[in-house]
Every structure is written in C-alpha cells, then in structure tokens.
Design a protein around this ligand. Structure first.
Ligand code: HEM
Length: 143
C-alpha cells in the first residue's frame, strides 16, 4: 500500500475514534446533562465522522486501488495526493475547533476552504487515473 494511502487510512481511524468519542459524550449529554457547553461539540462530531472518517477513508483506498500508469509516476501526481491529505486534515481540525469555540464564521469557513481545496487536489490526482485498465497477457484468457 502506498505511503499516502497509509497516512489517509491511519488518520481516518483517528478521526473515527475521536468522532465516536464525541458522539458518545453527546449521547450521555442527552440523558444526563453533563455540561451545557458540550452541545457545541455536535458540529465537530459530524465533521470528524463525515469528512475526517468516511471521506478520508474513501480517498486513501481510492488512491491505492485506482488504475496505475505503466510509466512512473505510476499513481499520477503524488504531490496533489499529499496536498489533499494535509488540506483535508487541517481543514477538519480547524473547522471542528472553530465550531467548538463558537467561531464558526472565521475558523469554520477556513476549515471548509481547506476541505474544498483537498477535494480539488484529490480530483486532480484521481481524474486521469479513471481509465480502462491496461490489458496484460493474462487478460487474453479471460472472457
Ligand atoms: C459514521 C458515523 C456517524 C456519523 C457520520 C454521524 C454524523 C452526525 C451528524 C452529521 C450529526 C448532526 C451534527 C450537527 O447537526 O451539527 C450527528 C449528531 C449526533 N450524533 Fe452522530 N454520527 C455518527 C455516529 C455516531 C455515534 C456512534 C454516536 C454515539 C455514540 C453518535 C451520536 C450522536 C448524537 C448524540 C448526536 C446529536 C443528536 C441530536 O441530539 O440531534 N453519532 N451525528
């Protein structure tokens, strides 16, 4: 598995654990009010799980399995994939912290901009790789 996929997938697992922990806290908060400010963690919970976990896991696996080129760089623009990794993770963290601190306008917007740029960077890498797999001698025996 390529390094950037390992980074994406490991980071997505960290977001999963953090997001579920916040979800658990919010669930407890619903039945036994721990602290009123805990409700501020709800957008961060959604952000960590929808973007940090689900989207990031998808990106990591897609970078790994999309068809490769026969000549290097076999997985296309590697810098774009690393940029997507850093932009996505900083975007999620900035946006989650912003909403938790009740600063959704400035930090929330900055975080979303990071995630949007990550989407562009990822698509820049992935778009040319969405192509028919090159045929190998083994394919000639398959229907
Ligand atoms: C992949 C899994 C999950 C995703 C994508 C997800 C996503 C979301 C989203 C988007 C919200 C609304 C946030 C907002 O309005 O700003 C939410 C709310 C909430 N989530 Fe999750 N969640 C997931 C798993 C969990 C888990 C495992 C728990 C509990 C352990 C949990 C507990 C909650 C609670 C208590 C709320 C607040 C509900 C309310 O009072 O309206 N979530 N979740």
């Amino acid at each position: 598995m390529p390094q950037v996929s390992r980074w994406f997938i490991r980071a997505s697992l960290i977001h999963l654990v953090a997001g579920f922990t916040l979800g658990g806290l919010l669930l407890v908060q619903k039945v036994a009010t721990l602290h009123p400010l805990l409700w501020r963690l709800m957008p961060a919970h959604g952000e960590l799980l929808l973007i940090g976990w689900i989207l990031q896991l998808t990106m990591g696996v897609a970078y790994w399995i999309l068809p490769r080129f026969s000549r290097p760089p076999v997985r296309g623009n590697v810098a774009a994939a690393y940029s997507a990794f850093f932009l996505l993770n900083s975007g999620v963290v900035v946006s989650a912290v912003g909403t938790a601190l009740a600063q959704p306008t400035v930090l929330g917007l900055a975080g979303r901009a990071g995630a949007a740029l990550a989407a562009f960077a990822f698509a820049f890498n992935a778009w040319p790789r969405v192509k028919a797999t090159e045929r190998t001698p083994r394919d000639s025996i398959l229907p």
